[in-house]
Design a protein around this ligand. Structure first.
Ligand code: NAD
Ligand code: MG
Length: 381
């Protein structure tokens, strides 16, 4: 039996992952965690009887009651995310907490040499070089859950990385793919949360609307595959069936296709290097369908340019962009700023920051705090 810990089990990735694990014979849910949806965590505990359940927000935990399940120990507080991520009985950690809040627990999993199924792209955006070198040192395997990176990882299977000409990340274009500048200016929270192809948590859904998500993914790919920024491109593909492509030096392009369903990259990251049929939707080639590709519009979606800039410059830029974006998206969701302000605020804060080319983890964490404060000042100004 392979024992799985899911950090962030009540989210969009987390709930999909529970279905995937329950469909597999040799896998068992060992630990779950939730921040505020403790009612849902309670239901997950009753249904799955893990050894541990972590309620990471003590404030919410104090106001909640937990089910009495003999097999399960409830642990309260953010530090216990690290307890389960590094527990000696855990084989695979699925890092599915949203945002930089997932950094420390993902770090603990890498430090403990686990197989890490990584949905929390923010870990690589904030601290890519440090995380990748820690993984090497501790013999941890990082397997991408982000669908684009899972596609690239699969396309690179057995290939010599020196033969890569470029990787091409596909992007659905989000809900505003065909919107005019005027429509973007007036975009509401409701319309930004209405993604055409993917069902995801609110933060990444807004990131898809600004295309900041693709920016973060470009940075993720930069560190995960150790590729220079110049070799990473983005193409708009509205159907979300081709999950990304790799072009080799001879002009051959390898793609990975499937219906848009996160259960597949989760399944692949859990079962790698094997495969299992799992609860995933399959493509049906007996029905006609077509695949479209078009270049992105950098004027309408300038967030994309910030990703290339950060992938080129590295150092402290990833931590600043990520934190600025988290704070700006939260402000947009609270009605404090407009849709186009999200990218503008990120660009301004990135420009102002005190660049360091090779920061420590502690420096990155202080930069994260600094950037959030700067966004608050930007909003107040
Ligand atoms: P979500 O908002 O649906 O769920 C987030 C989870 O994190 C919840 O379980 C929540 O309890 C937990 N959480 C939130 N704040 C926390 C905090 N401060 N401390 C500890 N736990 C906290 O998010 P999601 O859409 O499932 O995304 C999770 C991660 O996966 C993100 O990094 C996202 O970029 C990545 N991802 C998601 C998708 C998708 O389809 N949803 C696709 C690719 C990558
Ligand atoms: Mg993705």
């Amino acid at each position: 039996m392979r024992k799985i810990a899911i950090l962030g089990s009540t989210g969009s990735i987390g709930t999909n992952a529970i279905q995937v694990v329950n469909s597999l014979d040799n896998y068992e849910l060992f630990a779950l965690s939730a921040h505020s949806k403790l009612q849902v965590l309670g239901e997950q505990v009753i249904a799955n009887r893990p050894a541990f359940a972590v309620a990471s927000d003590p404030e919410t935990a104090r106001k909640s009651t937990f089910p009495d399940v003999d097999e399960t120990d409830f642990l309260i507080g953010h530090d216990h995310l690290e307890t389960i991520a590094s527990h000696p009985d855990v084989d695979v950690v699925l890092a599915a907490i949203v945002g930089a809040a997932g950094l420390r627990s993902t770090w603990a999993a890498i430090e403990s040499g686990k197989q890490v199924a990584l949905a929390n792209k923010e870990t690589l955006v904030v601290a890519g070089p440090l995380a990748m070198s820690l993984a090497k040192q501790r013999n941890a395997t990082i397997l991408p859950v982000d669908s684009e990176h899972s596609a690239i990882f699969q396309a690179l299977n057995g290939e010599n990385p020196k033969n890569i000409r470029k990787v091409i990340l596909t992007a659905s274009g989000g809900p505003f793919r065909n919107a005019s500048m005027d429509e973007l200016r007036c975009a509401t929270v409701k319309s930004a949360l209405n993604h055409p192809t993917w069902q995801m948590g609110p933060k990444i859904t807004v990131d898809s609307a600004t295309m900041m998500n693709k920016s973060l993914e470009l940075i993720e790919a930069r560190w995960l595959f150790d590729l220079p920024a110049e070799k990473i491109e983005v193409v708009i593909h509205p159907q979300s069936i081709v999950h990304s492509l790799v072009e080799f030096v001879d002009g051959s392009v390898m793609a990975q296709l499937s219906p848009p369903d996160m259960k597949l990259p989760i399944l692949y990251a859990l079962t790698y290097p094997d495969r299992s049929s799992g609860p995933t939707e399959k493509l049906d080639f007996r029905e006609a369908f077509h695949l479209d590709f078009q270049p992105p519009d950098f004027e309408k979606f300038p967030a994309l340019l910030l990703g290339s800039e950060v992938a080129r410059n590295g150092g402290t830029t990833g931590a600043v962009l990520n934190a600025a974006n988290e704070a700006a998206v939260a402000a947009f969701l609270n009605g404090q700023i407009g849709f186009l302000d999200i990218t503008r605020a990120c660009r301004d804060v990135l420009k102002q920051h005190d660049f360091d080319p090779s920061p420590t983890l502690d420096q990155l964490i202080s930069m994260d705090l600094w950037a959030r404060k700067e966004i608050n000042k930007w909003i107040a100004a």
